[in-house]
Design a protein around this ligand. Structure first.
Ligand SMILES: [Zn+2]
Length: 346
């Protein structure tokens, strides 16, 4: 907690009084023609002080499900004056990548490997540095929204460093059945925030360059559930009844790679339980000959898969997470999907 309750709140020198909503542009760079580029931020400050939560999306410019999640979050009736604390919504962090349908920055750097950044570093380093200073340093909690990389889809899931008690609690409160404990030091925003003692979740779901309704709904409901759990908004009666959500932390995960080049007939979708040795897909030459079965090496749940049926030898095809009781996870995933339809409300 690096904010005391009575402090004025400002971003880039623009104050946001209690009970107001303000759009602020954080300047980051200029294009070749001197067009200014800024990261747009919407700050919603409740009348009462409380936690400061940032929600960011499209740090990978082509991962756009989160952009729609943030849009709907800002439109939600539950977000506004009656909140306790402040929401900092950053729908598009990598503005340049977003405008080019690209994951990367113009110099091909991955912005989510540039954190915590440097004021005199590469463009990515500068954006990261500004983001840390203007957003993360002013927050008490964070949620970063992602999708699978291009031509890959992910089961909606939370990735977080569960060694931290508060992060662990938030990860479970988000409510998605699958949580991946992730402690990798990779220059990501999540790692940089964690190192500053700010509990942060990463939500993954769906595919790059797509709006996927179920993923969007899951992300939005999860953020609202986290806001409830940290006391920013009140819980809803109806939700409380069905909110006995079971969450499962994966023991480990592994990728099944293509044993041969060819075209792949995919037999399984994300969220499916697969047993050790079970067939995930079938590789063959273009005439249907030289069939090779692709099998699961260990029992688990498919949490990610390729969307391209043409594969090279060694390509990552299926991402499978293993659990103590994978059967229970599959069951919970089905319950979760059914409940989502009833619980979702814009
Ligand atoms: Zn991403």
């Amino acid at each position: 907690m690096n904010k005391t309750p009575d402090e004025p709140f400002e971003i880039c020198g623009t104050p946001v009084p209690r009970g107001t909503r303000k759009r602020i542009e954080i300047p980051v760079t200029k294009l070749f023609d001197y067009t200014g580029i800024s990261v747009p931020v919407m700050v919603v400050r409740g009348k009462q002080d409380g936690p400061v939560l940032f929600v960011s999306a499209a740090i990978h410019g082509d991962e756009i499900n989160g952009v729609e999640v943030v849009k709907r979050l800002l439109a939600s009736r539950r977000i506004g004056k009656n909140m306790k604390g402040t929401l900092i919504a950053v729908p598009i962090v990598n503005v340049i990548g977003f405008n080019n349908n690209s994951r990367y920055l113009p110099d091909r750097r991955d912005l989510n490997r540039c954190f915590p950044g440097l004021s005199k570093g590469s463009l990515g380093g500068q954006i990261a540095n500004t983001f840390m200073k203007e957003i993360v340093a002013k927050s008490t909690h964070g949620i970063d929204l992602h999708t699978g990389a291009i031509h890959r889809t992910n089961l909606p899931q939370i990735r977080a460093c569960l060694d931290d008690e508060e992060t662990n609690r938030l990860a479970h409160s988000f409510g998605v059945p699958v949580i991946i404990n992730s402690t990798i030091r990779d220059g990501s925003l999540r790692q940089a925030a964690a190192e500053r003692g700010i509990p942060m979740l990463l939500f993954e779901g769906g595919e790059a360059l797509r709006y996927e309704e179920k993923v969007i709904q899951t992300g939005l409901m999860g953020i609202l559930a986290v806001m409830e759990s940290i006391g920013m908004i009140k819980g809803r009666e109806r939700r409380r009844k069905s909110s006995q959500k079971e969450t499962f932390v994966a023991r480990s995960s592994y990728w099944v790679r293509a044993p041969h080049s060819g075209s792949l007939r995919i037999r399984k979708k994300v969220g499916t339980l697969v047993k050790k040795g079970e067939i995930l897909g079938e590789l063959s030459d273009p005439y249907g000959g030289d069939k090779i079965l692709v099998k699961a090496q260990r029992t688990g749940i498919i949490i990610g898969k390729t969307m391209i049926p043409l594969v090279n030898n060694g390509d990552a095809l299926f991402h499978i997470a293993t659990f103590e009781d994978s059967g229970a996870v599959e069951e919970q995933l089905e319950v979760f999907e059914e409940n989502l339809e009833q619980e979702y409300e814009e």
